[in-house]
Design a protein around this ligand. Structure first.
Ligand code: NAX
Length: 327
């Protein structure tokens, strides 16, 4: 048996974590031969609830679950962590403007970045889920000067999976028959779900579906799926978000299947003309614990406009919190 790895999770008593932690403990994220130590982090007022979650985890008697530790601060919770899943964030309250939301979360994620820098394992891999995820990832990474920005990602795999699931239902295929979906940009309604590279059973997806459906139904449906789920359930996506976190970390650590493309929010290196210095969802492949942007994809005029729109939104978000970034 391997040595256990340390996985820190913030927001560990929240809705997403209530699915996520059980999947991790069952070996779905790091593999069925990898024991895990869960370092669970919550706000002080939620510690009692967190103790309940820890009891349930214990009661599952997972063979791969080595230890559970509970923390009411990130400085303790991130200690020696190999993986950090930043799920908790301040939700938008009544009367709160988006700029207020960006600012309060900027403070939270700045502290988390500093704590990762000072206490986590040098090779820690960080996945930011808490919204606004892309900009929170930027703030955390900028506050961790001793870590590489490539150690930080944000979650756009949920959008990727949504696009795949919706296309599968529409075309009559199954999700495993579909490859090459790309989510570009922000985890927000400006994201661009691109099917130009997508295939269904190896054949171009766009030759098998109606272009009007793609433009007028598919794209807005993927962009607004989160809102549709809130309208229907009265609660936001939780199990599907947990599944996406497991998928994104699994692929980052253990690699994508040969030929498979997935979407990940990562720091832009200027690829596809996207301004450097923002976290942007790109098509990637993963191998040996690293991701690489898939290059050479042709961007037509229709796609370019959508890339520009989502890039602009991220630049606007960055402008709101720019004064809080360390120089
Ligand atoms: P919940 O409100 O159920 O849980 C969040 C938990 O985080 C709470 O228990 C809270 O006490 C805790 N928390 C808040 N600030 C914290 C901090 N500074 N340190 C530690 N814990 C903290 O929300 P949930 O449904 O679990 O969603 C969590 C976050 O994921 C939200 O920000 C949500 O907007 C975001 N999402 C992001 C998605 C993505 O694809 N990037 C999709 C799903 C989800 O909407």
């Amino acid at each position: 048996m391997r040595r256990p790895v340390r996985i820190a999770v913030t927001g560990a008593a929240g809705a997403i974590s209530y699915s996520l932690l059980f999947k991790i403990a069952a070996g779905e994220m790091m593999g069925k031969d990898q024991p895990v130590i869960l370092q669970l982090i919550e706000l002080p007022h939620a510690m009692e609830s967190l103790r309940g979650v820890a009891m349930e985890l214990e009661d599952c008697a997972y063979p791969l679950l080595h230890t559970i530790t509970l923390h009411d601060n990130v400085e303790d919770g991130f200690k020696s962590a190999h993986y950090a899943l930043l799920v908790g964030a301040r939700p938008r309250g009544p009367g709160m403007e988006r700029s207020d939301l960006l600012e309060v979360n900027a403070e939270i994620f700045a502290r988390q970045g500093r704590a990762l820098n000072d206490f986590a394992n040098r090779d820690v891999k960080v996945l930011v889920t808490g919204n606004p995820a892309n900009t929170n990832a930027l703030i955390a990474s900028r506050n961790a000067p001793n870590l590489s920005p490539s150690q930080f990602t944000c979650l756009t795999r949920l959008d990727h999976n949504r696009a795949k699931g919706i296309l599968a239902s529409h075309s009559g295929a199954t999700a495993r028959d579909i490859n090459g979906i790309i989510i570009w940009g922000n985890h927000s309604p400006t994201q661009y779900p691109d099917l130009h590279q997508a295939t269904i059973l190896g054949e171009p997806a766009l030759s098998q579906i109606d272009m009007d459906w793609y433009r007028d139904v598919f794209i807005p449906q993927v962009q607004q799926r989160g809102g549709a789920i809130i309208d229907a359930r009265g609660l936001s996506s939780a199990a599907s978000a947990a599944q996406a976190i497991v998928n994104q970390m699994h692929d980052w650590v253990l690699g994508t299947d040969p030929g498979e493309i997935v979407s990940m929010g990562i720091l832009s290196d200027g690829s596809y003309g996207i301004e450097k210095g923002i976290f942007f969802s790109f098509p990637v492949r993963c191998n040996y614990g690293r991701y690489q942007i898939v290059r050479g994809i042709e961007i037509n005029e229709f796609s370019q406009q959508r890339l520009n729109d989502t890039e602009q939104e991220l630049l606007d978000e960055k402008a709101v919190i720019e004064h809080l970034l360390p120089k």
